[in-house]
Write a protein that binds this ligand. Structure first.
Ligand code: NAP
Ligand code: MG
Length: 500
């Protein structure tokens, strides 16, 4: 037992807890040596003839070979989706579509341990998070949109909602299965068929999902999965789809918008963020510390809505920072499959390089770095939880998205100053406000330019609640009724409005 620390006349508490390792078994996951592309309900060899290896980022060990789909493969997948759309999916009774979505949701629940282990293995995130966040939310999205599938006329009264056709969907590596659920569930509920491209580094849960689709007996071609890198994504953007739904970086989002300009294809973009987590001096400090930790160290900070800029009211700066640093010393960094792990592996070498570059820039520009003492594993990609103080608004670490476990701390004196600093960013995806005053929460929420604002909590998600950005964080919403609209065309008819 660690040494005891005496706090006043209270019962002594241990200064540190040591945990025995509690690894989740990876036996439940059966990997193929080599995967195919999922087109028309079958796994097929890529016409490109090319494959690449996908890794476990915590060990750098290879897991499986994945097809690198070329333009011909993408075209084949789009044709399969088009065929399935006209062959019955778009005309199927809405209750029939709901049936498949409910089945998928239930199978995801039944197989959630298998998916959670695979997600942690291929992505590096702690099993605690894939088990308790990614999987329950992915299933919840399918349940939620299953409920809307046969109620579209009521969701959009007098607007005659119609499916668009084939949706091309491109997703990132930070929440591979959850982002897939956010994309596929509303698209199918609205009567579309899809071609989805997972991120290059995390294709495995999307490929296992194909097995769920077969189990659910979803008609072939309704969902097609094409794996590969950015070139595969670019080929999907250029293909004969009716809509592109993209989640990823602002840079790639802008390129896609340029490519689609004038084509008549619909587009939604969920891009980056640099959220302010704003702490007022009347808040419950210990609760706020937990919210700050969850805001930036959840999923190693690979979260578009991460609370990566901490704005602290000057009067509580010192006690808050002391509590925060102390809390950081208790975070356990290491094996993603250990049930005690709080911070797992960085998703890829490329992402680790980006984090290291920005952290070096922070030190060079004059910010003060703090990292709790922690031993990082020798193999794999790792980065210790990091806090930067003495940060000026102009520093790169205050402006650019780091997408890693790195927090930049700034201060403010008045609510006006907090709003001004929070909005001083090209992004506008999310924000957090911590205060005991309800009126202040509302006052702040009216002024913050962010798609999602959490009050006295952070990083909470619900399928019924729309999510999306302002400014360079993109446009369009996912989740809720708002999330159905980008997958529908409306044939408004005025006689309908009058006649009912
Ligand atoms: P990314 O490089 O933009 O990649 C996103 C997806 O697009 C990946 O599947 C990627 O393939 C593909 N892609 C790359 N280049 C492409 C191109 N020219 N045309 C079409 N597709 C292309 O982003 P990332 O680095 O993987 O993900 C991190 C970013 O996503 C962060 O900026 C984060 O904020 C954002 N994000 C936003 C949300 C949101 O809801 N707003 C959610 C999660 C993440 P590869 O895997 O081969 O690169
Ligand atoms: Mg990328």
């Amino acid at each position: 037992m660690a040494e005891l620390e005496q706090r006043g006349d209270r019962t002594p508490i241990p200064a540190a807890w040591e945990y025995a390792s509690a690894p989740e078994s990876r036996e439940i996951v059966k990997l193929e040596e080599r995967y195919g592309l999922f087109i028309g309900g079958e796994f097929v060899e890529p016409r490109s003839g090319e494959h690449y290896k996908t890794l476990d980022p915590s060990s750098e060990g290879p897991l499986a070979e994945i097809p690198q789909a070329g333009p011909d493969d993408v075209a084949l997948a789009v044709r399969a989706a088009r065929g399935a759309f006209s062959d019955g999916w778009s005309a199927a009774s809405p209750a029939e579509r709901a049936k498949y979505l409910f089945r998928i949701a239930r199978i995801l629940q039944e197989r959630s341990r298998e998916f959670a282990v695979l997600e942690s293995l291929n992505g590096g995130k702690p099993i605690r998070e894939s088990r308790d966040v990614d999987l329950p939310l992915a299933a919840a999205h399918f349940f939620y949109y299953a409920g809307w599938a046969d109620k579209l006329e009521y969701a959009f009264p007098h607007r005659r909602p119609q499916p668009l056709g084939v949706a091309g969907q491109i997703i990132p590596w930070n929440f591979p299965l959850l982002m897939l659920a956010w994309k596929i569930a509303p698209a199918l509920a609205a009567g579309n068929t899809v071609v989805l491209k997972p991120a290059e580094t995390t294709p495995l849960s999307a490929l296992l999902f194909c097995d769920v689709l077969r189990q659910a007996e979803l008609p072939p071609g309704v969902v097609n999965i094409v794996t590969g890198d950015g070139a595969t994504g670019a080929a999907l953007v250029k293909s004969e789809v009716d809509k592109i739904a993209f989640t990823g970086s602002t840079e790639v989002g802008k390129a896609i918008q340029r490519e689609l300009a004038g084509t008549g294809k619909k587009l939604t973009l969920e891009l980056g963020g640099k959220a302010a987590n704003i702490i007022f001096d009347d808040c419950a400090l210990d609760q706020a510390v937990e919210g700050i930790v969850n805001g930036i160290y959840f999923n190693q900070g690979h979260v578009c809505c991460a609370g990566s800029r901490l704005l602290v009211q000057e009067s509580i700066y010192e006690p808050l920072l002391e509590k925060l640093k102390r809390r950081l010393t208790t975070l356990r960094v290491g094996d993603p499959l250990d049930k005690n792990t709080d911070v797992g592996a960085i998703n890829s070498r490329q992402q680790l390089d980006k984090i290291e570059e920005l952290v070096a820039a922070g030190e060079e520009e004059g910010a003060e770095i703090y990292q709790p003492p922690c031993r990082l594993p020798e193999k794999g990609y790792w980065f210790a939880p990091t806090v930067f103080t003495n940060v000026a608004q102009s520093y790169r670490i205050a402006q650019e998205e780091i997408f890693g476990p790195v927090l930049s701390v700034l201060t403010f004196r008045t609510p006006d100053e907090a709003v001004e600093k929070a909005n001083n960013t090209p992004y506008g995806l999310s924000a957090g406000v911590w205060t005991e005053k309800g009126s202040r929460i509302l006052w702040m929420a009216q002024r913050l330019q962010a798609g999602v604002i959490w009050a006295n909590t952070y990083n909470r998600f619900d399928p019924a609640s729309p999510f999306g950005g302002y400014k360079e964080s993109g446009f369009g919403r996912e989740g809720g009724l708002h999330g159905l609209e980008p997958y529908l065309d409306f044939r408004e008819d005025s006689t309908d409005v009058i006649g009912g």
